[in-house]
Design a protein around this ligand. Structure first.
Ligand code: ADP
Ligand code: MG
Ligand code: MG
Length: 929
């Protein structure tokens, strides 16, 4: 470590000279300046400058007050990790020349004893990762600088407060002085706490200069003792260490967990922002705060934030002191408040979206330290987008593009049953930080929460406040409750982003970590007790509350008039109207029963993309007939069983066709992996079945072992069954077509699309189609229909790579294709759908994959098979209808891929339809640019 540092310190100077001589103008730009109403970069360069750096540049460009600074690009971070943590050779020189620029704008000098410039060193990835990486403030102070700072400002308290803050951050982040496993407190906080107790100070602001001097001494000793070396006095060495630490924080545990959760690639790296410090801790005319230009939980158009007087940045978020709501600034700091409201309007107009801002006031001067697009809940996303259209701030197209499609699932999530909530025992209330209804058992640590969730419990993570270390616990929890912290606390921020139900700052309640209790207002709850949170309004109830479907679902599926009057329902339906206007992809549903089909149509399905006929076989007595068919030893036995099944199937199809009211239905022929039907039978079940079928248990046992397959997923299933036993296909085609003929007779249009599964060879489809066509002739005869009076199509599911690769041959016999991407993923990756869950988590952990390929289509791999299939299929039949019916049909990214690949429709489960529609509209808009 030490060698690396000295090596680096010596090297850059030499390198700088050399490069200067060789190619002065050609040096790659590693560092971008901003400040004084100008900037090298701008808001569009988020990939290069990170989100924070790009927006600091943009704010400088539009004339907002931003302390001058520089952004070291993300490319430098990538270079750093690729080269054994070494800096590129020009970096030191470029940093030095940019420091000179900062010095000029700010009128101070780095390391100077007369008028010292202090710096903040801040991370900033392409997408913001709140609290995941580290920030160091007040860099550049040392034993002499602190004295000159005190002299220059005439504010000794401020100078020493800044020094102790710097040591604390630098010691932790750069020199690794952190809480050990044996300690209950952060060692710096512990020293601070002791000093406060000794001085009888309630707040850090109550500490005297002498107290602070003493704390600084103790901090330095602590660092020396723990890190084995002195904290560096040389400001440039401090800076080098801080830049390295920010780079390294990209690879810390917290950041990695976050990246996995949000699928952020490791290669992106983080930028480093080095910025002149402005000070919120110089007294009562100073302060610091964070705000959203609108309420990010509900989406209401109100300025929403909080601030602290006489404090520095992290104090607000860390919950050390309780911040005040931003409206109070009108009293405490009136002119800054006015200026801030103006900036609120400028920012919304310029960025045309809700902004999440950080600001500091130094002696009455307001400085902007950050702006970014405000993360919001699904509810807020919909509300804000629609409000902004009405305010003519954005267009409908933009509104659509902005709402993460997945967020619509929040609007469909259950709420509390109104009658039940009235009767429930409310124990306290807090800030509504994450809307929704959560009910579960309370656990007080992230570890306990994770363990309980792993056992299948619903968990309410209950903490005084949360920190980034709690992330795993927050992911595992249904809901989050904190007793401290405000609207911008870590808990609120993260919950909002993850779409978790959250109530924070419930000050009437107390968490006792040692006793593992939550108490207040006369109630004491222990670990494992039930608690319910209403995240819409912030109410907290003891016990378990009953939930009810969301207002959207009550409106759509239950036709409830009250729900239809709710704002949520109205905005949801408005949004769906817009999505329908722009999307080009059709959206169908995967549904197996008339009831599901009705629901899907209420959600806006335009037909069925997949009915799995064997799913109907589990109902009632039918399973016996199915098992009889599978177990049959000969054609005669099989035909007898099939005869029993025919009326069941026909009845189901009649129900489905009626529910569809003229919409198309893709019906897949039987595809039973045998083990699902007979592999799991218990001896008692076998005995019972033997009685019903009038055979012996021994016979059934023998047939089960005859039929046993080592690898049923690759076994005798799909069309392979119909090839060997055409009578199975015949029975199903009969059921479908007779049902069609009968429903048609009632004046309802019927459009059956019969889909042959698991085709590898074109010939398989050809043979199965022949069976279906022959059956159709017979059905027409029976019902006295001419050829054009009973229409149907025959197509295939593309789910085996060979079928995709030979799609031109397959298309000769197909009127449509539907990509069965569940099996296509399984067969393309050679990855078992049933067994992969045991090792896929490790794959995500190791960042081999960012997403489960069974949930999000592997576009690079499996996607190629889809592309080839579409291209080759349409090379034979120009207008071949192509859809997708795997789970991926409801995943936004996969839906967009389907649009780009030219599919006609996607098909997904009923509750995913709104999400698929929105994603489809977004894809269409992305295409136009
Ligand atoms: P995060 O990404 O975790 O929000 P930041 O880099 O924004 O971290 O830093 C956290 C806080 O530190 C900021 O909100 C701000 O209050 C304070 N801070 C950062 N840079 C400066 C600066 N140049 N002057 C004063 N305070 C700063
Ligand atoms: Mg910040
Ligand atoms: Mg399949």
């Amino acid at each position: 470590m030490a060698r690396k540092k000295t090596g680096k310190r010596a090297a850059p100077k030499k390198a700088a000279k050399k490069t200067a001589k060789r190619a002065p103008a050609r040096a790659r730009k590693l560092v971008y300046f901003f400040g004084g109403k100008m900037a090298d970069g701008n808001g569009k360069q988020k990939a290069l400058l990170g989100g924070k750096g790009a927006n600091l540049a943009e704010m400088a460009l539009i004339g907002l007050p931003v302390p001058a600074g520089m952004t070291i690009t993300t490319e430098v971070c990538t270079h750093y990790f690729k080269n054994g943590c070494q800096w590129p050779r020009d970096l030191q020189t470029q940093i030095e020349s940019n420091i000179a620029k900062i010095e000029k704008v700010m009128g101070k000098k780095f390391g100077d004893l007369k008028n010292p410039l202090l710096l903040s060193v801040r991370s900033g990835a392409r997408e913001s990762m709140p609290g995941m990486m580290d920030t160091i403030l007040n860099l550049g102070i040392n034993d002499q600088v602190v004295e000159s700072l005190a002299g220059k400002t005439g504010n000794e308290r401020f100078a020493w407060d800044s020094y102790r803050r710097f040591l604390q951050m630098y010691g932790d982040v750069v020199m690794g002085v952190q809480q050990t496993a044996q300690e209950h407190h952060d060692p710096f906080e512990h020293i601070l706490e002791q000093a406060k107790n000794k001085a009888g100070a309630a707040d850090d602001t109550d500490l005297s200069v002498d107290d602070l001097r003493d704390i600084v001494k103790k901090f330095k000793a602590l660092i020396k003792n723990r890190a084995g070396r002195d904290f560096p006095q040389d400001p440039m060495v401090q800076l080098q260490g801080a830049v390295d630490a920010v780079f390294s924080s990209w690879e810390n545990d917290r950041a990695k967990v976050y990246r996995q959760k949000y699928g952020i690639p490791a290669e992106w790296g983080t930028a480093v922002n080095v910025q002149a410090m402005v000070f919120g801790n110089t007294g009562r005319k100073s302060g610091t705060g964070v705000a959203f230009t609108r309420d990010p939980a509900s989406g209401k158009n109100v300025f929403y934030g909080e601030y602290l007087v006489d404090a520095q940045g992290e104090d607000v978020v860390a919950g050390v002191r309780t911040p005040k709501p931003v409206a109070r600034m009108a009293k405490d700091l009136p002119s800054s408040h006015k200026q801030l409201l103006k900036i609120r309007a400028i920012l919304e107009k310029h960025f045309r979206d809700v902004q999440d801002i950080e600001f500091t006031i130094e002696d009455g001067n307001l400085w902007m330290l950050q702006t970014r697009i405000g993360k919001r809940t699904g509810f807020a996303a919909v509300n804000i987008a629609i409000d902004m259209v009405n305010e003519r701030l954005i267009s409908r197209k933009e509104a659509i593009s902005r709402i993460p499609a997945e967020d619509l699932s929040h609007l469909l999530a259950p709420i509390f049953d109104a009658a039940g909530e009235k009767k429930a025992r409310k124990i306290a209330s807090g800030l509504p930080a994450g809307p929704g209804a959560a009910c579960g058992q309370i656990y007080f640590t992230a570890d306990a929460a994770v363990a309980a969730a792993a056992k299948g419990k619903n968990v309410i993570l209950t903490r005084q406040e949360t920190s980034p270390e709690d992330l795993r616990g927050m992911i595992a929890a249904e809901g989050i409750l904190t007793t401290r912290g405000g609207a911008s606390s870590h808990a609120a921020l993260v919950a909002r982003q993850m779409g978790k139900i959250c109530v924070c700052g419930a000050h009437d309640l107390t968490v006792d970590y040692k006793k593992k209790t939550l108490s207040g207002n006369g109630v004491v709850l222990k670990e494992g007790d039930f608690l319910s949170l209403n995240g819409f309004v912030g109410n907290i109830y003891a016990g378990e509350l009953k939930t009810a479907p969301s207002q959207v679902i009550q409106g759509l599926l239950e036709n409830s008039a009250a729900a239809k009057r709710s704002a949520t329902y109205k905005k949801f339906t408005e949004l769906m109207k817009w999505a329908d206007q722009y999307r080009k992809l059709g959206v169908r549903t995967n549904s197996d029963s008339p009831k599901q089909v009705k629901n899907a149509i209420a959600f806006g399905a335009e037909g069925i993309g997949l009915t799995r006929t064997e799913h109907m076989f589990f109902e009632g007595n039918r399973i016996d007939a199915v098992r009889q068919m599978i177990l049959a030893e000969d054609d005669a036995g099989r035909t007898r069983a099939l005869k029993k099944l025919l009326p069941y199937q026909k009845k189901d199809f009649i129900g489905i066709f009626e529910a569809l009211q003229g919409r198309p239905a893709t019906i897949r022929l039987l595809d039973p992996p045998l083990h699902e039907f007979i592999g799991t039978m218990t001896p008692a079940q076998i005995k019972k079945l033997a009685g019903k079928l009038k055979v012996t248990s021994a016979f059934i046992q023998r047939r089960i072992s005859d039929l046993h397959e080592e690898n049923p997923m690759l076994g005798h299933r799909g069309c392979r069954l119909g090839i060997v036993h055409p009578e199975i296909t015949r029975m199903q085609a009969t059921a479908i077509l007779e049902a069609a003929a009968e429903v048609q007779r009632k004046g309802i249009q019927v459009l059956p699309e019969i889909m042959v599964p698991l085709v590898s060879y074109a010939k398989e489809l050809e043979l199965q189609k022949a069976v279906i066509d022959e059956t159709a002739v017979k059905v027409r005869e029976k019902y006295g229909l001419r050829a054009n009076q009973l229409k149907y199509q025959v197509g295939t599911m593309i789910e085996i790579p060979r079928a995709a690769l030979t799609a031109d041959q397959v298309a000769e016999h197909a009127q449509f294709f539907s990509f069965g991407t569940n099996d296509l993923t399984q067969t393309c990756l050679g990855l078992s759908r049933d067994d992969s869950s045991s090792f896929l988590p490790a794959y995500r952990e190791a960042e081999v994959i960012n997403n489960n390929p069974f949930s999000q289509l592997d576009q690079i791999g499996v996607g190629q098979l889809v592309e080839i299939g579409v291209k080759k299929g349409r090379s034979k039949k120009k207008n071949l209808k192509v859809g997708i019916c795997g789970e991926h049909g409801g995943d936004p990214e996969s839906v967009k891929f389907c649009h780009r690949t030219g599919l006609n429709y996607v098909s997904c489960s009923p509750f995913r339809i709104p999400i698929a529609k929105l994603a489809a509209a977004q894809a269409a808009l992305e295409e136009k640019g």
